[in-house]
Ligand binder design. Structure first.
Ligand SMILES: [Zn+2]
Length: 206
């Protein structure tokens, strides 16, 4: 049974027992050839750099068969300009809906704005590096939560069948995150591997 890393910025090939989804941030050098799967999106941090050319590129890249999701994208109120971020997020949400691939969401202090956009979607939505349990979000049957090492402690009330695990931009290994999360939920790593593999396949239609 393999490990599934639902969201990572690492650009080296994975070990054979890890399935990873490399997050390609449009605007960076494209390294998608190094991973099994990737997601592609315009990160809220790049809001001011994004051009029409970036949007065209994104529309092209997401049709690649190894591209399993649109994103990460979203709204982060710690940085300006939130209104512009929201427009770029809506564009990407509609793109995900149009091509029928999941959406990976980065949401910081902007849950209401993000909710308004995602409540119109039929595709799966993954809140990445998610830390706060939200009953409002859990009402949506297509919403999942991807947890990195720093979110594990605060995630105890999230249903297991809504959980994915990720390394994001940290140096922690996915094996370590599995082992820490299994301990938190009083289960074995082998049991956890089955749960996460099922969730991963469900979210990304594998
Ligand atoms: Zn990320």
């Amino acid at each position: 049974m393999r490990y599934y890393d639902a969201h990572t910025h690492k650009i080296y090939p994975f070990k054979s027992d890890i399935v990873g989804v490399y997050n390609y941030r449009i605007g960076e050098i494209c390294r998608t050839e190094l991973n099994d799967f990737f997601s592609a999106g315009i990160h809220p941090y790049d809001v001011e750099k994004c051009t029409a050319e970036w949007l065209n590129k994104l529309e092209r890249v997401v049709t690649d068969s190894r591209c399993v999701a649109v994103g990460e994208c979203g709204v982060d109120k710690r940085i300006a300009d939130a209104q512009k971020q929201l427009m770029q997020f809506e564009f990407q949400a509609q793109l995900a809906q149009r091509i029928g691939k999941p959406l990976i969401v980065h949401c910081v202090k902007a849950q209401n704005e993000v909710l308004k956009v995602i409540r119109r979607l039929n595709v799966n939505v993954v809140f990445h590096s998610y830390s706060k349990y939200s009953e409002q979000l859990s009402c949506f049957s297509n919403v999942y939560f991807s947890l990195s090492g720093r979110n594990l402690q605060s995630s105890v009330s999230i249903d297991l069948d809504r959980v994915l695990l990720e390394t994001d931009d940290s140096n922690e290994s996915i094996e370590q995150i599995y082992s820490d999360f299994a301990a938190l939920r009083s289960m074995s790593v082998d049991e956890l591997k089955i749960v996460i593999a099922n969730n991963f396949n469900r979210v990304f239609n594998r």
